[in-house]
Design a protein around this ligand. Sequence first.
Ligand SMILES: [Zn+2]
Length: 271
Amino acid sequence: MKRVLVFEAHGDDMEFFAGGTIAKFCALGHEVTLVVATDNDKGSFELSAAALRAVRDKEVNGAADVLGIKRVIPLGYSDGDLAYQATPDHLRGQFTRIIREVNPDIVVTWDPFAPYEGHADHRAVAVAASEAASFSHFPLYYPEQLTGGLQPHYVGEQWFFAKSPRDQNKFVDIDGYIDKKIEALYKHEAQMVLTIADMQHHLRASGLDVPWLAALDPHDYHEAIARRMKQGAHAVAQRAGLACEYAEGFRRTRYGGIESFAKDQQIPEDV
Ligand SMILES: [Zn+2]
């Protein structure tokens, strides 16, 4: 059994990029903990911030239950303001403490080196989480945390959400888990409505003609989301040359690249 710790900015980030993989980790008996940095209180064109905060925990926990995640840790920063509410040092320290509490073998998060990432929350989580995962075993980082049984902890693998195919070097067959990924996304109802409404903003402004999207009630998001997820996962599988129908791709680093010293040996795959 491995421990997997996911750091995400918003309640649905992980589901979009890694929902099938996380469902597979859970089904194989690995223990997954999810840290959600913000409260998603700006993610709607129709609800107030207070109304969004009121449904947020229910949606996040509902999706976690679908995937089989054991524990959710909400940090409650305001959506969109994470990088301005928490200094990089504070956020890295907070993430380091969580790593030292959860003792993960694998950290999954946003990629600090992904090009063209437009969302400041994603960038803030990416930098803090990858630095925390890289340095949590060094006792002189945040030494004040090392009381009451908390120990330095080494994280062997970092898996980064990969928007660009160029960055993907690890692929996971999610044929048995694509439905769980989609079902988990459906639990994020406010965010799914927003996703469709935002696509419609882009469409109207572009002047392009996509009648089914223009006419879609954003609350009827189910089919459009399922189609988009299946198309995306199928394209990943095809690009990777896999025999499966659906896959997710990550940029992964393992054990600081130490495998180059042991060329004839393989590190076993967990999923
Ligand atoms: Zn996000």
